[in-house]
Ligand binder design. Structure first.
Ligand code: 9YW
Length: 443
């Protein structure tokens, strides 16, 4: 059975547009229809990239909604809650962010963040607007001018609050901040978290997936909630959180996105005459690019996270090890990483349904083919890797990722993640950023 041959580009495009329509709540797009009925920060950026292919003004609205939830510190929260408060746990009340001094009035959000892919999305919106001209261009240019300071404040917050020592790596305080929730990257740091008493809870994610063994287990979830409680206890004050929280890790993939996005925002700043700020952003880009490169393990060729509390690097073989391909930089390092990515431990692993990188290498003991971030393929990540390959003048890698992604997505299910050997869609279907990735790959 090969679904690819039976689906035309028009059918794929129509189905992807329909998924975004289904998730459209008016001024925000839910990450998935039932499982995730709210806006997630980095999902919103990918969704905006997809929307920009169909409606530049709607893509602008998506990012504007997200930016409206920006905290007074500059942080962009990882979830902006919609009015639909059923079906997702932990909701706004459980987060306890109502007491946070930096939460804007009238906004319901979580109190942590996710990787800053937003400037890359803004770049796409501006480019589509300029291609289309007319009202689309006007909307995109207006939004660029209006929102630049907001994105700049976001990057400044990350560069100071989350890299206080200036090492060029972003510190995260929860696995959820990485976006790679239960990745084996975090097994070590979570093993050292000893949760205190956590208020009773009923999970909802397990109600929406066919097989609960795909999801984090309850012991993992208790630790996730414990960290939230630690932050809530200090009202999400940045300095206090760093003092009390039991999870402090320098996330190499988050840092790579920070580098790439800062460079993109610098270019956008130049285009609107913000030269001084563009210079500041270029320094950030260089600092985080160097930080990412400094973590590469010569033995494996992969970049590594760093557990601050344990004082040790994390060498798990996950796709985040390809962070340098996202941050860019040293040509020799990037060439070696491209070879590794396309080699037998990753895209070239025998019998993959599609030659796409699994979230954990199938050659690793930590690999689980159906479990969330422990092995399945995540389509939005492939789009990011493809974007970086195109940026770096690597049409070969870009083309391979694109062609395999379009074949994968021709099942028209828009899975949250995919089993690497069977190509079965897992988690939620009709996942918004998966549909957006399909639209962007089609161009
Ligand atoms: C959760 C929405 C989010 C993504 C994360 C992914 C998952 C679940 O879904 O998180 O409950 O937050 O791990 O990267 O943003 O798609």
């Amino acid at each position: 059975m090969n679904p690819v041959t039976s689906v035309s580009k028009e059918q794929l495009r129509a189905a992807a547009i329909e998924v975004l329509r289904l998730n459209d709540l008016g001024t925000m797009t839910s990450a998935a229809p039932n499982l995730y009925p709210h806006m997630w920060s980095w999902d919103a950026a990918f969704v905006a990239i997809g929307l920009a292919r169909t409606s530049v003004p709607r893509a602008v609205t998506e990012l504007r909604t997200l930016l409206n939830a920006q905290w007074s510190t500059g942080m962009i929260p990882h979830i902006v809650f919609s009015d639909n408060d059923t079906g997702y746990f932990p909701g706004f009340d459980r987060w306890g962010t109502a007491n946070a001094a930096a939460l804007p009035a009238g906004v319901k959000s979580s109190g942590i963040c996710q990787p800053p892919v937003h400037a890359i999305a803004l770049r796409h919106i501006v480019d589509r607007g300029r291609e289309n001209g007319g009202a689309d261009q006007a909307a995109a240019e207006e939004f660029l001018a209006e929102s630049f300071d907001g994105w700049l404040a976001w990057h400044r917050w990350l560069a100071t609050v989350r890299d206080p020592d200036g090492v060029g790596l972003i510190e995260i305080h929860h696995g959820w901040e990485s976006g790679f929730d239960n990745s084996p990257r975090w097994d070590g740091p979570y093993a050292r978290v000893v949760p205190g008493a956590v208020a009773p809870f009923t999970r909802r994610d397990t109600l929406h997936v066919a097989d609960i063994s795909e999801r984090p287990d309850d012991a993992e979830y208790t630790k996730y909630l414990w960290l939230v409680q630690q932050m809530a206890d200090v009202a999400f004050d940045d300095d206090a959180v760093r003092q009390v929280v039991d999870f402090r890790v320098r996330d190499v993939f988050f840092s790579a996105i920070m580098a790439a996005s800062s460079a993109v925002l610098a270019d956008l700043g130049d285009e609107i005459g913000r030269d001084k700020e563009a210079g500041e952003l270029r320094l950030m880009a260089a600092r985080f690019q160097a930080g990412v490169a400094s973590t590469v393990d010569p033995a494996t060729g992969l970049a590594r996270d760093y557990d601050v509390l344990a004082g040790q690097s994390i060498g798990t073989e996950t796709v985040s090890g390809f962070a340098p391909l996202v941050s860019g930089g040293d040509p020799a390092l990037l060439a070696a990483q491209r070879e590794l990515l396309q080699g037998p431990r990753w895209m070239g692993f025998p019998d993959l349904r599609f030659p796409l990188p699994p979230s954990t290498s199938p050659a690793s003991d930590a690999f689980r083919p159906r479990t969330y971030w422990r092995g399945p393929v995540w389509p939005f990540l492939n789009l990011l890797l493809g974007w970086a390959a195109a940026r770096d003048g690597e049409p070969g890698l870009y083309g391979r990722l694109r062609s395999a992604s379009l074949q994968q997505l021709a099942d028209l299910q828009f899975g949250e993640y995919y089993e690497p050997f069977t190509g079965e869609p897992l988690g939620s279907l009709a996942q918004a950023w998966t549909a957006a990735a399909a639209l962007e790959w089609m161009g």
